[in-house]
Design a protein around this ligand. Sequence first.
Ligand SMILES: NC(=O)c1ccc[n+]([C@@H]2O[C@H](COP(=O)([O-])OP(=O)(O)OC[C@H]3O[C@@H](n4cnc5c(N)ncnc54)[C@H](O)[C@@H]3O)[C@@H](O)[C@H]2O)c1
Ligand SMILES: N[C@@H](CCC(=O)N[C@@H](CSCO)C(=O)NCC(=O)O)C(=O)O
Ligand SMILES: [Zn+2]
Ligand SMILES: [Zn+2]
Length: 379
Amino acid sequence: MATQGQVITCKAAVAWEANKPLVIEDVQVAPPQAGEVRIKILFTALCHTDAYTWSGKDPEGLFPCILGHEAAGIVESVGEGVTEVQPGDHVIPCYQAECRECKFCKSGKTNLCGKVRAATGVGVMMNDKKSRFSINGKPIYHFMGTSTFSQYTVVHDVSVAKVDPQAPLEKICLLGCGVPTGLGAVWNTAKVEAGSIVAVFGLGTVGLAVAEGAKAAGASRIIGVDIDSKKYDTAKNFGVTEFVNPKDHDKPIQQVLVDLTDGGVDYSFECIGNVSVMRAALECCHKGWGTSVIVGVAASGQEISTRPFQLVTGRVWKGTAFGGFKSRSQVPWLVDKYMKKEIKVDEYITHELTLGEINKAFDLMHEGGCLRCVLSVHE
Ligand SMILES: NC(=O)c1ccc[n+]([C@@H]2O[C@H](COP(=O)([O-])OP(=O)(O)OC[C@H]3O[C@@H](n4cnc5c(N)ncnc54)[C@H](O)[C@@H]3O)[C@@H](O)[C@H]2O)c1
Ligand SMILES: N[C@@H](CCC(=O)N[C@@H](CSCO)C(=O)NCC(=O)O)C(=O)O
Ligand SMILES: [Zn+2]
Ligand SMILES: [Zn+2]
């Protein structure tokens, strides 16, 4: 291939500073080194975690950087020693790696992988602790090991899921983050049983995927909690059976839910990133067994609290990253499930724009009507 081994100059959306509009720049993308893969990104969606880091509230946020972590593309070239993917393969970059060799991967207890996390947390590649992105010689940091707001990106080979080439990349890009996170929070982290009563706090993409997962698990009641009542109509299509708006009640929301459910829910999920809501989500759980899963990402400096008595009396507090899915192994399985129409994906896409319109896409995220906005990266 003509570009193999060469520096590629392409368009990317660069976050020069926190909260300043992204700028479409000509970026130089170096060839992949050993154990690395260069991917032509075709489609990327925006996730609220991109907005979180861009806001400057992420303690790992570094600028200038190229954000983006929910995408799909085609392998352009691979570095030395890469055996599991080759040019032309259709792939989803995964911010949660899976090396299958580290202490975490071998434990069988977690989907977190330790192989490249130290490098991805500081915006560089493992090999030489440097970035593969630059603009006229000035390095631009990677983000979450993915940096998908670019026409080409370089990722570690342990962070690439090879998927069915028949699957539409403009849809399955969503399987890089939000939808698996919600489904997996229910299936892998909480392990919701049939007949359970579930509460979902926050009915954005992640919360709706929790509802979808809970419905598939056979939950008897799925109570959606959101401060935006317009969310209810959409939420019904994802399995939410009842809706509660905290603004309609004088009592704390945890008390409202305890009263509605004869003592509390079996499982709750916080899909917002608000530490007060995390407390409410724990405290609306049933004494003796109720489990609350934190999915939302809270800003630097924020801390959770509750009376320890809540845990002494049997409630369990958990958290989940990427829904507990092992990325390289299970993202292809999720793609297959989508192809068999066993999980929704298209239904979460409310807007489609181009990479050049990325700032408009970020604006849309803050409007109630937007779930996922997919950007066509090469238009
Ligand atoms: N743990 C993970 O691996 C992981 C993966 C993806 C996303 N996330 C995080 O999950 C969260 C949700 O992501 P999303 O894309 O669905 O976001 P979103 O903004 O689309 O959805 C959040 C919803 O919460 C509602 N809300 C806000 N404040 C509320 C309150 N006080 N009470 C009730 N509802 C409230 C909003 O109206 C909105 O509907 C974000 O924090 C994101 O960073 C975590
Ligand atoms: N740098 C952030 C980390 C935020 C965070 O928890 N990220 C999630 C994924 S959010 C996807 O939208 C995650 O996977 N965490 C585990 C990990 O990063 O290894 C902060 O410090 O707040
Ligand atoms: Zn995300
Ligand atoms: Zn590992």
